[in-house]
Design a protein around this ligand. Structure first.
Ligand SMILES: [Mn+2]
Length: 354
């Protein structure tokens, strides 16, 4: 932003609320942190995921003279009232709101945020990841932020062209899974990573010469995680269920805990990984992952299927290349597969070009 936000409203601190789920949310928070430093604002951060980020707004209501910057989180009917109540209270106490996101927003939600007092800023752009938007809006001339934005883009769009981005993605996954398993506070657990990134950018935590994390504990955790993950993905593949429907190979696998759908989707999209005891499998046109809680992930191995449309048949949605839906709790995986295959066989809309 060109104008100094503290000029009129005497802002003394900055509260960052960002998505804890992935590199994009963390890098966005790191960019916001660098912005706070550049303006001499005291910095606090809350990292949250959907379902819990509503709670952040009760904390927001207590803030005074704070620039509240929300990144990589969208708001929907469920969370909108809570968000607006908390933010209205904060704004009445001299706070100002900046909201930067790349998810789908309803007109109602846009209008509600823009109707807040103290000149709220709302930028929603689907073509970029949240860290890129934060970089462009807050710190356009900062090279460190530019690099953080590039890294977030590489992982958010699953390009995997930057080794540090792939490593950081795994570091975030292993740290999050550990926090969930040990019931630790997510913001506190991820804080050292974001702090390192905010301090110096990716070189704050990553050594590009040795291609390792500077912190030996982080490096060890990531190595261990990758080894375990590979074992789990091989096991998941061994239990796969295949069926050809409307000329497309559909593969369903149970996703083990500690493996993300993106990891498994990427692994199973490479035919080098599809050798089971000397038997070569083909890459599936549509891959569906089923989690223990009955959530479904959709990825595709070819462009002949539409993940978002397939997910739509299971109360979900997303992009043509990646989507999510739900099946519900289950105990018989084979029965789940039969059910999913039946639903997909009755409907052809998930075939690209129909
Ligand atoms: Mn994002």
């Amino acid at each position: 932003m060109s104008e100094t936000p503290g000029a009129k409203t005497k802002l003394t601190s900055l509260l960052s609320i960002s998505h804890d789920k992935d590199v994009d949310g963390l890098n966005a928070a790191a960019i916001v942190w660098r912005y706070a430093k550049s303006k001499g604002l005291k910095f606090d951060m809350i990292l949250a995921d959907y379902g819990s980020f509503d709670q952040a707004f009760s904390k927001v209501a207590k803030r005074r003279h704070t620039l509240i910057v929300i990144t990589d989180l969208g708001t929907d009917e469920n969370s909108l009232t809570l968000a607006i109540d908390g933010l209205s209270q904060a704004v009445a106490q001299g706070c100002r709101v900046v909201w930067l996101d790349h998810h789908r927003w309803s007109k109602e939600a846009v209008d509600a945020v823009l109707s807040l007092k103290n000149n709220p800023v709302l930028k929603v752009n689907h073509d970029y990841c949240a860290a890129e938007i934060a970089h462009k809006v807050l710190m356009p001339r900062d090279e460190t932020c530019a690099e953080l934005a590039r890294i977030a883009h590489d992982t958010d769009f699953n390009l995997r062209e930057i080794e540090a981005a792939v490593a950081l993605t795994d570091l975030v996954s292993v740290t999050r899974f550990a926090a969930i398993n040990k019931k630790l506070d997510m913001s506190a657990t991820l804080l050292p990573i974001v702090a390192g990134l905010a301090e110096k950018g990716i070189v704050g935590i990553w050594d590009d010469k040795t291609k390792q994390f500077k912190d030996s504990v982080m490096e060890q955790q990531v190595r261990e995680y990758r080894k375990e993950r590979l074992k789990k993905m091989k096991k998941a593949l061994a239990g796969h269920c295949d069926q050809v429907l409307h000329d497309r190979l559909v593969r369903i696998v149970e996703i083990p805990t500690g493996v993300t759908t993106t990891d498994l989707g990427t692994y199973l999209a490479d035919e080098k990984n599809l050798n089971i005891e000397g038997h070569e499998l083909k890459v599936a046109d549509l891959l569906i992952t089923v989690s223990q809680g009955g959530l479904l992930g959709f990825r595709r191995g070819t462009e002949s299927t539409l993940c978002n449309v397939a997910a739509g048949l299971f109360n979900g949605g997303g992009h043509p290349y990646a989507a999510g839906g739900e099946y519900g709790m289950y105990d018989n995986f084979q029965a789940v597969c039969d059910d999913i295959f039946l639903t997909l066989s009755k409907n052809k809309t998930w075939i690209a070009g129909t």
